[in-house]
Design a protein around this ligand. Structure first.
Ligand code: ATP
Ligand code: MG
Length: 626
């Protein structure tokens, strides 16, 4: 019956959270609140399926669990449990001898030795288990991270980034908790309970029988409440995840929120989720309010029964006083294992869910390296032959695109928004593979080249000029592992027309750009991105022009930077400005995923009505802008 109290608490929220909150989860990510956009409640746990268990075992084994350490930990925890069982017996014996006025220094010394043994064995075993757990998780994390970096771009289209992040931080941590706090503890606790019950029977089988009969009674009474508690705590977990997700999003896009006057909306949204959380908390509080005094009452009653009945047994001479003490101490010994059993199941469920999600990533195919051919040096034409591509099946974005990008020339891609221009770049970068058709470099399909070698040949200045958090210097040399000299970097920055504005900053090249480069202007970001591309010294240059965020001064600067960048390379520029287009050697018009025209500016003006229309509008806009 005593165990039942813990059973219920164990099933409740506190029980579930306990392992992480008890203080061994002392790593930054070792929290229960899933990351932003984290796990939904139903995602948090999974059914205990054979295949999942087998995969988990393989995962842990492949991680190279230090077997010796694990074995030693198991042995030590058995020693600790056994010592824990002997202590009550010895204590009882001592008490009986005290009564008989025969003080036994040997027994006292043994008792102390056992205490020390139990403590030391328990401590060392725990340390070893933690070691095994952290080691394993560290290796699984590294495997996951390596795989995530190798996954193809479509994977990241399908999965939210915070979700993937949570796989590496939270889900792996669940596995660590299982190893450190549950797996071995489960067996040693089972041992403790079995041993304790056997000893209880040996000491007084009648009293033990009474207690054991009360156990199923208590289970029957308390299991339903336990189940309810579990549901509430899961609901709370999910609600917390949703709150974290929505707050993160709002905080990240605070400018949008303010510019849209959306504070009231976000305030209401946040409040609603917080109120929900509050209601879960109160539901839990209600159950605990009934449960806690009930449990205390049951425990006190049980104590009264044992002491009362035990007293009767002692006075009748059926049991000695020492034996009664042993009995009660043993009974208490079974309490902790019971809480542990209760959390074991829910932890196992959580780990099953985590394992399946980790498996999804580890079993996803990494980017294909094709034939791994070396890329031929020098310049060759880049040819699209009947390329068809869809992000989602049945919604083709490119339909039978054939085009030739001449080597060492500037080719401009023009076309309305959404026509598929950036998609063409993504295919050249091999972020996606064409569904039909081929892309050739010289005579070789690009997918035959080694991926790293192919991408090394390309410099890509994308539409958003993304920056990594860090300094301007970090961002310019990003991707160049071979060490860039200060002089080379400054030279490049000058070519990109970035040097002047960078030197004007108080910290110069060591200025932190902030998250997503938020502390730089759009034009500044672009020039940093251009400097980065220049430093790679690529043969093929992909420029996704972004005009919207440039004033005419910085547009002029960027234009000059681009001209430096294009010299003696095969350049493809997605052009929005007439000035870029007019200077191009060849212009390709893309509309609705098809190539509808190709030629020089003059040729297209004459032959391509929608191009002529576009150019006329650009001219007018340009005139208005001057
Ligand atoms: N990652 C993606 N997943 C699904 N659909 C996408 C993805 N990226 C683009 N699309 C779709 O593909 C189409 C072409 O997009 P793309 O970015 O190539 O256009 P674009 O010509 O570069 O337009 P813009 O001039 O506005 O940059 C659009 O309809 C867009 O909705
Ligand atoms: Mg685009």
């Amino acid at each position: 019956m005593l165990g039942n109290e813990n059973q219920v608490h164990g099933n409740g929220d506190h029980g579930n959270l306990a392992p992480e909150h008890r203080g061994h989860g002392n790593e930054a990510q070792g929290h229960d609140i899933p990351g932003p956009f984290g796990q939904e409640p139903d995602e948090g746990k999974g059914a205990i399926r054979k295949t999942t268990v087998r995969y988990l075992v393989r995962l842990i084994r492949d991680g190279g669990v230090p077997k010796l350490v694990l074995t030693a930990a198991v042995l030590l925890s058995v020693v600790s449990s056994a010592a824990g069982l002997v202590v009550p017996l010895l204590t009882g014996g001592l008490i009986d001898h005290f009564q008989a006025d025969t003080f036994q220094p040997v027994s006292v010394a043994m008792l102390i030795a056992l205490f020390v043994l139990q403590a030391v064995a328990g401590g060392v075993s725990y340390y070893m288990l933690s070691y095994a757990g952290h080691q394993t998780v560290n290796r699984i994390r590294k495997r996951l991270w390596d795989r995530v970096l190798a996954l193809p771009v479509p994977f990241f289209d399908r999965h939210r980034s915070a979700e993937t992040m949570s796989r590496i931080t939270n889900d792996t941590n669940e596995i660590r908790t299982l190893i450190t706090d549950h797996l071995v503890a489960f067996f040693s606790n089972a041992l403790t309970v079995a041993g304790a019950v056997a000893l209880l029977f040996y000491l007084d089988w009648q009293m033990t029988l009474i207690i054991l009969l009360a156990v199923p009674l208590g289970f029957g009474l308390l299991m339903p409440i336990g189940g309810k508690m579990y549901k509430i705590s899961l609901g709370m977990y999910g609600e917390l995840a949703r709150l974290a997700a929505s707050l993160t999003q709002v905080i990240a896009e605070i400018r949008l929120v303010k510019a849209s006057n959306a504070e009231p909306r976000e305030r209401a949204g946040g409040h609603a989720k917080m109120d929900n959380l509050y209601r879960y908390g109160m539901k839990e509080a209600k159950i605990y309010a009934v449960l806690t005094p009930l449990m205390t009452m049951v425990m006190v009653m049980l104590l009264v029964v044992i002491i009362g009945y035990g007293g009767v047994r002692v006075s009748s001479g059926a049991l000695s006083a020492g034996e009664l003490v042993s009995f009660m101490l043993l009974l208490f010994q079974t309490m902790f294992p019971f809480t542990q059993f209760a959390t074991f199941y829910s932890q196992a469920q959580k780990v099953m869910g985590a394992t399946e999600r980790i498996r999804l990533i580890l079993e996803s195919e990494p980017e294909t390296d094709g034939g791994g051919l070396p890329v031929p040096p020098g310049h060759h034409d880049l040819v699209f032959r009947d390329v068809t591509f869809a992000y989602r099946e049945g919604e083709p974005v490119l339909r039978g695109v054939s085009l030739t990008i001449p080597a060492r020339r500037v080719t401009a891609l023009v076309g309305p928004s959404g026509s598929g221009k950036t998609t063409i770049f993504s295919l050249i970068e091999r972020f996606y593979l064409p569904d039909e058709g081929t892309i050739l470099f010289g005579d070789t399909p690009v997918e035959r080249f080694s991926l790293a070698a192919w991408r090394k040949k390309i410099g890509y200045v994308s539409q958003e000029s993304p920056l990594m958090a860090g300094t301007i210097r970090d961002n310019i040399v990003y991707g160049r592992e071979d060490g860039v000299s200060e002089a080379e970097m400054v030279e490049t920055a000058k070519l990109a027309y970035a040097h002047d504005f960078i030197s004007a900053l108080p910290q110069g090249y060591d200025t932190e750009v902030g998250e997503r480069g938020i502390r730089l202007s759009g034009g500044q970001r672009q020039r940093v991105a251009i400097a980065r591309a220049l430093l790679r010294n690529p043969d093929i240059l992909l420029l996704d022009e972004a005009t919207a965020n440039l004033d005419s001064d910085s547009e002029h600067e960027v234009q000059k930077a681009l001209r430096n960048l294009m010299a003696d390379r095969t350049t493809i520029v997605i052009a929005h400005r007439l000035s870029t287009v007019v200077n191009a050697d060849r212009i390709i018009v893309v509309e609705h995923g098809r190539v509808t025209g190709c030629g020089t500016h003059e040729e297209l003006l004459r032959t391509h009505p929608s191009y002529a229309e576009w150019a006329r509008k650009q001219l007018r806009a340009g005139a208005a802008g001057e």
